[in-house]
Design a protein around this ligand. Structure first.
Ligand code: GN1
Ligand code: MG
Length: 352
């Protein structure tokens, strides 16, 4: 790591980096030097295509800094260039590192504590999307192949089930049955996407609540830009529904807790639609709830898939971690399915 640190002038005489944050994929550190505090991050090269990621993000950061200058609005923490003038530094294993601005006293949330947080977080995500809408889709490659291809995730899951050890399959029997019984969500999605009516945009694709920072001086900033690639708005909306509305942590073990809090659903919808009202098509608006169902279903599939594979993708603290995560997704999805029509009406009636 010293080799990496030495590439940044602002890190001269820094103290040893300290692990920071709760991301499931990358390694993040807080570094203190005489010049201040910084966030250092190593991108997981087993998950992301590093070459595509560096290309996407170099294009994005240049456009972003122009946009921020023009609009006077800061959207994300700044990224420092290294002593060769690049945003990313490769280590000897070929993994990309980056150094970012740190905001002392800033907050992020695993559970939304009140409706204002849900509203302002979604509003900021909508404003970020207005910037993403200025970018040409064809400039962006897929940093993870088929990332939000829900039918593709289902196929992968079916293959995993065939090969998984019987003991794990038995533990996860109920959850597997649920996933198999709800394949219609993937079918509905296929149908809507094949109609060709939904425009492909550059989207964030990982809009969970703790990827949104609230700084001490009331800025709301978007982080975790590695999954920015072509996608559909409904997935970004959907991941906000998944992570803002439940009063339970993603890995809550008490299965009576996950549910959809209607007031948070309304607040985030108002915030997101408020930012995007001038650019959102009618079809996109109709697709939003499907995005929530699809991404929660997909997330259940992904956690369960990882459990059956022996926990190879997400960071876990104990063997059943991914199984508990699967259960919270299933509970939340069940709650949404029970009130689908009311939620559709709510989206439709929101005044922005
Ligand atoms: C991962 O990196 P992090 O923790 O922000 C994952 C998301 C999942 C999320 C579930 C690249 O996000 O897709 O929705 O965990 N990121 C990747 O909490 O797989
Ligand atoms: Mg994150």
């Amino acid at each position: 790591m010293n080799e990496i640190l030495s590439r940044y002038g602002v890190l001269k005489d820094c103290q040893p980096p300290q692990p920071f944050g709760n991301g499931h994929i990358n390694n993040t550190y807080l570094v203190t030097s005489p010049k201040g505090e910084f966030i250092l991050q190593r991108v997981n090269k087993n998950v992301f295509d590093t070459t595509i990621l560096i290309k996407n993000l170099s294009f994005l950061y240049d456009a972003l800094y122009d946009y921020e200058k023009k609009t006077g609005k800061k959207l994300t923490p700044a990224v420092y260039t290294n002593n060769s003038g690049d945003f990313h530094t490769l280590d000897e294993e070929g993994a990309a590192w980056r150094l970012m601005e740190f905001f002392s006293g800033c907050r992020s949330y695993a559970i939304s504590p009140d409706e204002n947080i849900s509203y302002y977080a979604a509003k900021a995500m909508g404003e970020f999307q207005l910037f993403l809408n200025t970018l040409p889709v064809e400039k962006f490659g897929e940093t993870i192949k088929g990332f939000h291809n829900t039918p593709g995730r289902l196929k992968t899951f079916l293959k995993t089930v065939e090969k998984a050890p019987v003991s794990l399959k038995n533990e996860a029997a109920e959850e597997t049955d649920f996933v198999l019984a709800h394949q219609n969500i993937a079918d509905e999605l296929k149908q809507v996407l094949s109609s060709g009516k939904l425009p492909l945009h550059v989207t964030h694709n990982d809009t969970k609540l703790d990827n949104i920072l609230f700084t001490a001086d009331d800025q709301v900033l978007i982080i975790d830009l590695d999954t920015i690639m072509p996608g559909y708005l409904m997935y970004d909306y959907g991941d906000m529904v998944r992570t803002f509305t439940s009063p339970a942590k993603e890995d809550e073990q008490d299965n009576s807790k996950p549910r959809l809090r209607t007031e948070h659903f309304a607040a985030l919808t108002k915030g997101y639609l408020g930012s995007l009202k001038r650019v959102l098509s009618q079809e996109e608006k109709f697709s939003l709830l499907l995005g929530a169902k699809a991404i929660i279903y997909e997330q259940a599939l992904r956690f369960l898939n990882d459990y059956l594979l022996g926990n190879v993708y997400y960071k876990t603290s104990y063997p059943e971690h991914n199984l508990f995560r699967t259960r919270t997704q299933i509970r939340l999805l069940e709650d949404i399915l029970k009130q689908e029509n009311a939620l559709l009406k709510l989206i439709n009636d929101i005044q922005t």
